[in-house]
Design a protein around this ligand. Structure first.
Ligand code: SF4
Ligand code: MG
Length: 335
Protein backbone atom coordinates (compact mmCIF):
# COMPACT_ATOMS: atom_id res chain seq x y z
CA UNK A 1 0.00 0.00 0.00
CA UNK A 2 1.29 3.46 -0.84
CA UNK A 3 2.04 5.65 2.16
CA UNK A 4 -0.35 8.53 2.71
CA UNK A 5 2.53 10.75 3.82
CA UNK A 6 6.19 10.47 2.85
CA UNK A 7 9.00 12.68 4.01
CA UNK A 8 12.19 12.39 1.98
CA UNK A 9 15.57 13.82 2.87
CA UNK A 10 14.04 16.72 4.77
CA UNK A 11 16.51 19.37 5.86
CA UNK A 12 15.42 22.34 7.94
CA UNK A 13 17.64 25.09 9.33
CA UNK A 14 17.10 28.12 11.51
CA UNK A 15 19.17 31.23 11.03
CA UNK A 16 20.16 32.64 14.40
CA UNK A 17 22.79 35.00 15.79
CA UNK A 18 24.81 31.90 16.63
CA UNK A 19 24.75 30.94 12.95
CA UNK A 20 22.77 28.38 11.01
CA UNK A 21 21.24 25.74 13.28
CA UNK A 22 20.66 22.56 11.29
CA UNK A 23 17.62 21.36 13.19
CA UNK A 24 16.69 18.54 10.81
CA UNK A 25 19.52 16.99 8.81
CA UNK A 26 18.09 14.54 6.31
CA UNK A 27 14.95 12.95 7.70
CA UNK A 28 12.99 10.22 5.92
CA UNK A 29 9.78 8.48 6.90
CA UNK A 30 6.60 6.98 5.53
CA UNK A 31 3.21 6.98 7.19
CA UNK A 32 0.66 4.45 6.05
CA UNK A 33 -3.10 4.77 6.27
CA UNK A 34 -4.48 4.04 9.71
CA UNK A 35 -1.16 3.43 11.45
CA UNK A 36 0.36 5.15 14.46
CA UNK A 37 3.94 6.20 14.01
CA UNK A 38 5.73 7.46 17.11
CA UNK A 39 8.66 9.85 16.86
CA UNK A 40 10.78 9.80 20.01
CA UNK A 41 13.91 11.62 21.10
CA UNK A 42 15.11 14.31 23.47
CA UNK A 43 14.07 17.90 23.04
CA UNK A 44 16.05 19.50 20.24
CA UNK A 45 16.32 16.23 18.32
CA UNK A 46 14.18 17.58 15.48
CA UNK A 47 10.85 15.85 16.18
CA UNK A 48 8.69 18.94 16.35
CA UNK A 49 10.50 20.73 13.55
CA UNK A 50 9.89 17.76 11.26
CA UNK A 51 6.16 17.71 11.89
CA UNK A 52 5.86 21.48 11.74
CA UNK A 53 7.46 21.32 8.31
CA UNK A 54 4.79 18.82 7.28
CA UNK A 55 2.10 21.28 8.47
CA UNK A 56 3.77 24.20 6.67
CA UNK A 57 4.34 25.85 10.04
CA UNK A 58 8.05 26.66 9.86
CA UNK A 59 8.36 30.44 10.17
CA UNK A 60 10.50 31.70 7.28
CA UNK A 61 12.65 33.48 8.36
CA UNK A 62 14.28 32.45 10.65
CA UNK A 63 13.43 28.96 9.38
CA UNK A 64 14.46 27.63 6.00
CA UNK A 65 13.59 24.38 4.26
CA UNK A 66 16.96 23.48 2.77
CA UNK A 67 16.04 20.34 0.90
CA UNK A 68 13.65 17.43 0.66
CA UNK A 69 10.17 16.42 -0.32
CA UNK A 70 6.98 16.10 1.66
CA UNK A 71 4.57 13.94 -0.29
CA UNK A 72 0.94 13.96 0.78
CA UNK A 73 -1.04 11.39 -1.24
CA UNK A 74 1.87 11.43 -3.66
CA UNK A 75 1.90 15.19 -4.17
CA UNK A 76 4.88 17.25 -3.07
CA UNK A 77 3.53 19.93 -0.72
CA UNK A 78 6.87 21.21 0.55
CA UNK A 79 6.69 24.45 -1.42
CA UNK A 80 2.99 25.07 -0.94
CA UNK A 81 2.09 28.68 -0.25
CA UNK A 82 0.23 29.49 2.94
CA UNK A 83 -3.05 29.66 1.03
CA UNK A 84 -2.64 26.15 -0.36
CA UNK A 85 -1.58 24.83 3.03
CA UNK A 86 -4.71 26.27 4.61
CA UNK A 87 -6.77 24.01 2.38
CA UNK A 88 -4.90 20.97 3.68
CA UNK A 89 -4.60 21.97 7.31
CA UNK A 90 -7.52 20.71 9.37
CA UNK A 91 -9.11 19.01 6.39
CA UNK A 92 -6.41 16.53 5.35
CA UNK A 93 -3.76 16.89 8.05
CA UNK A 94 -4.56 18.11 11.55
CA UNK A 95 -2.34 18.83 14.48
CA UNK A 96 -2.79 18.90 18.23
CA UNK A 97 -0.28 20.36 20.65
CA UNK A 98 0.84 19.87 24.21
CA UNK A 99 -1.04 22.74 25.77
CA UNK A 100 -4.79 22.66 25.05
CA UNK A 101 -5.29 26.16 26.44
CA UNK A 102 -3.07 27.76 23.81
CA UNK A 103 -4.97 25.95 21.06
CA UNK A 104 -8.32 27.33 22.19
CA UNK A 105 -9.67 30.84 22.11
CA UNK A 106 -10.51 31.71 25.75
CA UNK A 107 -13.12 34.30 24.75
CA UNK A 108 -15.13 32.07 22.46
CA UNK A 109 -17.63 29.36 23.32
CA UNK A 110 -16.38 25.87 22.66
CA UNK A 111 -19.18 25.07 20.22
CA UNK A 112 -18.43 28.16 18.17
CA UNK A 113 -14.77 27.14 17.93
CA UNK A 114 -15.67 23.74 16.56
CA UNK A 115 -18.16 25.28 14.13
CA UNK A 116 -15.52 27.72 12.93
CA UNK A 117 -13.24 24.85 11.90
CA UNK A 118 -16.12 23.00 10.26
CA UNK A 119 -17.25 25.95 8.20
CA UNK A 120 -13.76 26.61 6.88
CA UNK A 121 -13.78 23.35 4.96
CA UNK A 122 -17.38 22.22 4.67
CA UNK A 123 -20.57 23.78 3.43
CA UNK A 124 -22.94 23.41 6.35
CA UNK A 125 -25.90 25.42 7.57
CA UNK A 126 -25.63 26.80 11.09
CA UNK A 127 -27.92 24.18 12.54
CA UNK A 128 -26.08 21.36 10.73
CA UNK A 129 -22.78 22.70 12.05
CA UNK A 130 -24.17 22.86 15.57
CA UNK A 131 -25.47 19.30 15.30
CA UNK A 132 -22.07 18.15 14.11
CA UNK A 133 -20.31 20.02 16.95
CA UNK A 134 -22.48 18.21 19.49
CA UNK A 135 -21.79 14.91 17.77
CA UNK A 136 -18.04 15.58 17.87
CA UNK A 137 -18.05 16.42 21.57
CA UNK A 138 -19.93 13.19 22.20
CA UNK A 139 -17.40 11.32 20.05
CA UNK A 140 -14.52 12.54 22.22
CA UNK A 141 -16.33 11.57 25.39
CA UNK A 142 -17.57 14.90 26.73
CA UNK A 143 -20.76 14.40 28.78
CA UNK A 144 -23.81 16.60 28.16
CA UNK A 145 -22.46 17.98 24.87
CA UNK A 146 -25.70 19.95 24.21
CA UNK A 147 -24.92 22.02 27.29
CA UNK A 148 -21.17 22.04 26.98
CA UNK A 149 -21.08 23.65 23.52
CA UNK A 150 -22.27 26.89 25.11
CA UNK A 151 -19.47 27.01 27.66
CA UNK A 152 -16.06 28.65 27.51
CA UNK A 153 -12.71 26.81 27.66
CA UNK A 154 -12.02 27.87 31.27
CA UNK A 155 -15.16 25.96 32.31
CA UNK A 156 -13.47 22.72 31.22
CA UNK A 157 -10.82 20.72 33.07
CA UNK A 158 -7.42 20.21 31.41
CA UNK A 159 -8.33 16.76 30.18
CA UNK A 160 -11.73 17.89 28.88
CA UNK A 161 -10.05 20.80 27.10
CA UNK A 162 -7.69 18.45 25.33
CA UNK A 163 -10.76 16.44 24.27
CA UNK A 164 -12.21 19.61 22.78
CA UNK A 165 -8.95 20.23 20.92
CA UNK A 166 -9.10 16.70 19.55
CA UNK A 167 -12.73 17.26 18.51
CA UNK A 168 -11.68 20.37 16.59
CA UNK A 169 -8.75 18.53 14.99
CA UNK A 170 -11.01 15.70 13.86
CA UNK A 171 -13.97 17.86 12.81
CA UNK A 172 -13.26 17.59 9.09
CA UNK A 173 -12.18 13.93 9.07
CA UNK A 174 -8.47 14.44 8.41
CA UNK A 175 -6.51 11.49 7.07
CA UNK A 176 -3.50 12.35 9.22
CA UNK A 177 -3.40 13.57 12.80
CA UNK A 178 -0.12 14.89 14.16
CA UNK A 179 -0.01 14.93 17.95
CA UNK A 180 2.95 16.75 19.48
CA UNK A 181 3.31 15.63 23.11
CA UNK A 182 -0.51 15.70 23.43
CA UNK A 183 -0.60 14.54 27.04
CA UNK A 184 2.56 16.00 28.56
CA UNK A 185 0.67 18.84 30.25
CA UNK A 186 -1.90 16.50 31.80
CA UNK A 187 -1.71 14.39 34.95
CA UNK A 188 -1.11 10.68 34.62
CA UNK A 189 -4.65 9.29 34.84
CA UNK A 190 -5.97 11.88 32.42
CA UNK A 191 -3.03 11.15 30.12
CA UNK A 192 -4.07 7.51 29.93
CA UNK A 193 -7.67 8.49 29.14
CA UNK A 194 -6.65 10.83 26.34
CA UNK A 195 -4.34 8.22 24.81
CA UNK A 196 -7.11 5.64 24.99
CA UNK A 197 -9.43 8.08 23.30
CA UNK A 198 -6.90 8.63 20.50
CA UNK A 199 -6.58 4.88 20.04
CA UNK A 200 -10.39 4.49 19.90
CA UNK A 201 -10.73 7.27 17.38
CA UNK A 202 -7.99 5.84 15.24
CA UNK A 203 -9.88 2.54 15.10
CA UNK A 204 -13.21 4.23 14.45
CA UNK A 205 -12.11 6.81 11.91
CA UNK A 206 -9.05 5.15 10.39
CA UNK A 207 -6.95 8.28 10.93
CA UNK A 208 -3.19 7.79 10.67
CA UNK A 209 -1.38 9.30 13.65
CA UNK A 210 2.09 10.75 14.01
CA UNK A 211 2.72 10.86 17.73
CA UNK A 212 5.61 12.89 19.06
CA UNK A 213 6.64 11.97 22.56
CA UNK A 214 9.64 11.50 24.80
CA UNK A 215 7.78 8.85 26.79
CA UNK A 216 8.53 5.29 25.72
CA UNK A 217 5.67 4.01 27.86
CA UNK A 218 3.30 5.96 25.63
CA UNK A 219 5.03 4.53 22.57
CA UNK A 220 4.56 0.96 23.82
CA UNK A 221 0.83 1.53 24.29
CA UNK A 222 0.11 3.46 21.13
CA UNK A 223 2.51 2.93 18.27
CA UNK A 224 2.77 0.48 15.42
CA UNK A 225 6.14 1.82 14.33
CA UNK A 226 8.74 4.03 15.93
CA UNK A 227 11.33 6.53 14.77
CA UNK A 228 14.10 7.38 17.22
CA UNK A 229 15.62 10.76 16.42
CA UNK A 230 18.92 12.14 17.59
CA UNK A 231 20.71 15.30 16.57
CA UNK A 232 18.31 16.08 13.72
CA UNK A 233 18.61 12.62 12.19
CA UNK A 234 17.01 9.21 12.44
CA UNK A 235 19.08 7.03 14.77
CA UNK A 236 16.85 4.02 14.43
CA UNK A 237 13.44 3.03 13.14
CA UNK A 238 11.41 -0.15 13.32
CA UNK A 239 8.21 -1.78 14.49
CA UNK A 240 7.38 -1.26 18.12
CA UNK A 241 8.53 -4.84 18.85
CA UNK A 242 11.83 -4.34 17.08
CA UNK A 243 12.56 -1.14 18.96
CA UNK A 244 11.69 -2.63 22.35
CA UNK A 245 13.03 -6.18 21.93
CA UNK A 246 15.88 -5.93 19.44
CA UNK A 247 17.08 -2.34 19.43
CA UNK A 248 20.22 -1.81 17.35
CA UNK A 249 21.38 1.66 18.37
CA UNK A 250 23.12 2.67 21.62
CA UNK A 251 20.94 5.77 21.87
CA UNK A 252 17.83 3.58 21.81
CA UNK A 253 19.48 1.42 24.48
CA UNK A 254 19.98 4.52 26.58
CA UNK A 255 16.35 5.58 26.16
CA UNK A 256 15.14 2.12 27.12
CA UNK A 257 17.39 2.07 30.20
CA UNK A 258 15.92 5.34 31.38
CA UNK A 259 12.37 4.04 31.06
CA UNK A 260 10.62 3.20 34.33
CA UNK A 261 10.16 -0.56 34.58
CA UNK A 262 7.02 -1.65 36.42
CA UNK A 263 8.61 -5.05 37.20
CA UNK A 264 11.45 -3.56 39.16
CA UNK A 265 10.87 -2.58 42.74
CA UNK A 266 13.75 -0.24 43.21
CA UNK A 267 14.05 1.92 40.21
CA UNK A 268 17.49 2.88 38.99
CA UNK A 269 16.86 5.20 36.12
CA UNK A 270 19.80 5.63 33.89
CA UNK A 271 19.59 8.94 32.20
CA UNK A 272 22.07 9.23 29.37
CA UNK A 273 24.96 11.40 30.55
CA UNK A 274 26.05 14.32 28.42
CA UNK A 275 24.11 16.70 26.21
CA UNK A 276 22.97 16.65 22.58
CA UNK A 277 25.24 17.97 19.83
CA UNK A 278 25.40 21.64 18.92
CA UNK A 279 23.49 21.74 15.65
CA UNK A 280 24.98 25.09 14.69
CA UNK A 281 28.20 23.13 14.28
CA UNK A 282 27.15 19.49 13.97
CA UNK A 283 29.80 16.80 14.32
CA UNK A 284 31.06 15.28 11.07
CA UNK A 285 30.77 11.78 12.54
CA UNK A 286 27.99 10.05 14.41
CA UNK A 287 26.00 12.72 16.29
CA UNK A 288 25.84 10.44 19.34
CA UNK A 289 29.59 9.74 19.49
CA UNK A 290 30.31 12.21 22.32
CA UNK A 291 27.87 10.36 24.62
CA UNK A 292 28.19 6.84 23.30
CA UNK A 293 29.97 4.29 25.53
CA UNK A 294 30.78 2.22 22.43
CA UNK A 295 32.20 4.97 20.22
CA UNK A 296 35.09 3.91 17.97
CA UNK A 297 37.42 5.96 15.83
CA UNK A 298 35.27 5.45 12.76
CA UNK A 299 32.31 6.93 14.65
CA UNK A 300 34.06 10.24 15.15
CA UNK A 301 35.24 10.46 11.55
CA UNK A 302 32.20 9.24 9.62
CA UNK A 303 28.49 9.63 10.18
CA UNK A 304 26.95 6.15 9.80
CA UNK A 305 24.21 5.81 7.18
CA UNK A 306 20.78 4.50 8.13
CA UNK A 307 21.18 0.86 7.08
CA UNK A 308 18.56 -1.89 6.93
CA UNK A 309 18.59 -4.43 9.78
CA UNK A 310 15.39 -6.20 8.69
CA UNK A 311 12.63 -5.46 6.23
CA UNK A 312 11.12 -3.02 8.71
CA UNK A 313 14.05 -1.93 10.89
CA UNK A 314 16.93 0.42 10.11
CA UNK A 315 19.69 1.81 12.28
CA UNK A 316 22.46 4.37 11.84
CA UNK A 317 25.28 2.88 13.90
CA UNK A 318 28.69 1.51 13.01
CA UNK A 319 28.20 -1.35 15.48
CA UNK A 320 25.92 -2.97 12.92
CA UNK A 321 28.72 -3.02 10.35
CA UNK A 322 30.11 -6.54 9.99
CA UNK A 323 33.66 -5.22 10.53
CA UNK A 324 32.78 -3.90 14.01
CA UNK A 325 33.27 -5.84 17.23
CA UNK A 326 30.13 -7.60 18.37
CA UNK A 327 28.39 -5.69 21.16
CA UNK A 328 25.25 -6.73 23.02
CA UNK A 329 22.89 -4.18 24.55
CA UNK A 330 23.24 -3.84 28.33
CA UNK A 331 21.03 -6.28 30.25
CA UNK A 332 18.89 -3.58 31.78
CA UNK A 333 17.60 -2.65 28.33
CA UNK A 334 15.80 -5.90 27.65
CA UNK A 335 14.78 -6.60 31.25
FE1 SF4 B 1 27.97 4.85 19.14
FE2 SF4 B 1 29.52 4.71 17.01
FE3 SF4 B 1 27.10 3.66 16.95
FE4 SF4 B 1 27.42 6.28 16.98
S1 SF4 B 1 28.05 4.89 15.37
S2 SF4 B 1 25.97 5.15 18.17
S3 SF4 B 1 29.18 6.50 18.30
S4 SF4 B 1 28.81 3.02 18.22
MG1 MG C 1 8.99 19.61 20.82
Amino acid sequence: KDPILSVKNLRVSFHTYAGEVQAVRGMDFDLREGETLAIVGESGSGKSVTTRAVMGLIPKPPGEIKDGEILYKGKNIINYKEKEMQKLRGKEISMIFQDPMSALNPTMKVGAQIVEGLKKHQKLTSSQAKERAIELLRLVGIPYPEKRIDQFPHQFSGGMRQRVVIAIALACDPKVLIADEPTTALDVTIQAQILELMNDLKEKLGTAIVLITHDLGVVANMADRVIVMYGGQVAETGTVDEIFYQPKHPYTWGLLSSMPNPNMKEEVLQAIPGSPPDLSDPPVGCPFAARCPYAMKVCVDHNPALEPISETQKAACWLNDERSPKVEPPERVLA
